[in-house]
Unconditional design. Structure first.
Length: 191
């Protein structure tokens, strides 16, 4: 019984928790709408986003005073964060694909299809997000001066990395397409 729990149920729970954290966040970022300030809108135009206003050419510098607040997809906020960090050459494309990857990975992890592949991809994505965000804040302040939200976000990212690593190393667990297609442990090994 203990072996069944360790081999089948714990990976299943890890996979489901990871999927339930990724899929809604990916859906919200890919299809949700946010209002951007005129300053943020000007930054998006400079990055090459077409806001659809006549006379505003993507990729050029625009005066924020001439712009209205923009209602646009939420993933553009991630693009602004990446641009601010100055570590990614194409923040618009990276932010879009990261949001779509979270949605797809979460959905496929939920049904257990190609779980190890998606867990590896999400381990890299969440680990990078942790290293660029909460890890920097944690290293600078040594946990003492962090706001509770920053502290919690850092440890949530670490927990998601741990779940992704679990799925990557152990597999999809019970009730998964991976188990049905590729096989798994037999019931005779449970003795």
């Amino acid at each position: 019984m203990r072996r069944f729990f360790a081999i089948s149920l714990m990976p299943l729970l890890a996979r489901l928790l990871l999927a339930l954290a990724l899929a809604p966040a990916g859906y919200r970022d890919a299809f949700g709408v946010r209002v951007f300030t005129p300053k943020e809108t000007a930054q998006l135009v400079e990055l090459g986003y077409d806001i659809g206003q006549e006379g505003v050419v993507p990729g050029t510098t625009v005066d924020p005073e001439s712009l209205d607040p923009l209602q646009a997809p939420r993933w553009l906020g991630k693009a602004l964060d990446l641009h601010e960090l100055k570590v990614v050459p194409e923040p618009l494309q990276v932010a879009l694909w990261e949001s779509v990857a979270r949605l797809v990975a979460g959905t496929l992890l939920l049904i257990g299809f190609l779980s190890r592949l998606w867990a590896a991809a999400m381990l890299a994505a969440i680990g990078t997000q942790f290293a660029l965000g909460p890890a920097r804040a944690m290293a600078e302040s040594l946990f003492y001066s962090l706001e509770p939200g920053e502290y919690q976000a850092g440890f949530v990212s670490l927990a998601l990395c741990t779940l992704a690593l679990n799925v990557l190393l152990v597999g999809a667990g019970a009730l998964s397409i991976d188990r049905a297609v590729f096989g798994g442990t037999s019931t005779n090994e449970d003795a």
